[in-house]
Design a protein around this ligand. Structure first.
Ligand SMILES: Cc1cc2nc3c(=O)[nH]c(=O)nc-3n(C[C@H](O)[C@H](O)[C@H](O)COP(=O)(O)OP(=O)(O)OC[C@H]3O[C@@H](n4cnc5c(N)ncnc54)[C@H](O)[C@@H]3O)c2cc1C
Ligand code: FES
Length: 282
């Protein structure tokens, strides 16, 4: 797989440091699945040297693709300022993906912050396949400014449950409290007996949120897949900088074995080595 050249068609600010990049020239991404990501580098000088990882929000058969990003450092700040027409080097689609929507499961799609793109894409696919009634998006942020693309997600026809830490929009509190409530409405007790078919959790967001979600899923005996957002230097399994301690093997690599993992494989393995302790050069 090689880097290809894409162009920015549109770069819109969504407030709160979030921006939406619409790209052209991404035919290689046409068959990407929710959870897969791209490594992106702008046509800038040597700082930052390494490409940055972004989940795919949307892809089209016409070579279009979209990324939702938040400015947190130099690379994202440069992308936020990039003008339509600017060239980007893109590598992808990379990594593993969430299991596809299925009539067998109700999917609880739990996302926080920049973890929403893969869940957005999953809900969009469910909607296109007539399975919107089998998906619920549970979307949490610090404040209303962290909840973006809401009208687009409402149009999917899936459930949409919002939470904010400060109560400025949706339920006041953490998205995990909403997850508990939704599990209560779908699942009776903790013995995995269910109302209305099987439930599955797909989650992406900050690591603290992911671990809380994974523990809840384990306690309720609900299948759970989480997409981890480790810092990545190469994105293709070469630098070994994105190691994640696992049960099935001593280490798995977020970029090539993940970013989507069965939560049971990586939950509570080697707590002495938190994911955030394993970093890459920038
Ligand atoms: C698989 C994957 C998918 C991602 N998808 C998205 C996405 O869709 N949208 C989006 O905005 N971001 C996403 N990220 C995170 C994004 O890659 C980082 O925010 C970006 O690399 C930061 O680059 P920077 O140069 O702006 O910041 P830097 O200057 O490199 O870092 C700024 C701060 O952010 C921290 N940081 C950097 N990368 C990460 C990371 N991966 N996780 C947690 N903290 C980090 C650094 O430790 C530092 O504190 C994803 C990351 C991965 C691995
Ligand atoms: S980012 Fe280099 S091995 Fe995963």
């Amino acid at each position: 797989m090689r880097y290809f050249e894409a162009r920015i068609v549109e770069n819109s600010s969504l407030g709160g440091g979030y921006f939406l990049l619409v790209l052209s020239g991404c035919h290689a991404l046409a068959n990407s699945q929710p959870g897969q990501f791209v490594m992106v580098r702008g046509d800038w000088d040597r700082d930052p040297l390494l490409p940055r990882a972004f989940s795919l929000l949307d892809v089209g058969a016409d070579g279009g693709a979209a990324i939702l990003a938040k400015t947190v450092g130099r690379g994202t700040a440069l992308l936020e300022r990039a003008e339509p027409g600017a060239k980007l080097s893109v590598l992808g689609p990379l990594g593993s993906h969430f299991p596809p929507p299925s009539d067998e499961f109700t999917d609880l799609l739990v996302g926080g912050g920049v973890g929403i793109p893969p869940l957005y894409m999953q809900a969009q696919i469910a909607s296109r396949r007539g399975l919107a009634h089998r998906s619920e998006i549970l979307y949490g942020g610090r404040s209303q400014h962290d909840l973006v693309l809401l009208s687009e997600m409402r149009a999917f026809g899936t459930g949409l449950f919002l939470t904010t830490d400060d109560g400025s929009s949706g339920r006041h509190g953490l998205v995990t409290a909403e997850l508990e409530a939704r599990l209560d409405s779908h699942v009776v007790g903790s013995d995995s007996s269910r109302v209305g078919g099987k439930v599955r959790i797909l989650a992406c967001g900050p690591n603290a949120m992911l671990w809380a979600v994974a523990r809840m899923a384990r306690d309720r005996r609900v299948p759970c897949f989480i997409s981890v957002e480790e810092q990545m230097a190469c994105g293709i399994g070469v630098c070994l900088g994105c190691a994640v301690p696992a049960r099935s093997r001593p280490f798995r690599y977020a970029c090539k074995d993940g970013p989507v993992f069965d939560a049971a494989d990586i939950l509570d393995v080697s707590p002495a080595l938190p994911l955030s302790a394993v970093g890459c050069p920038s």
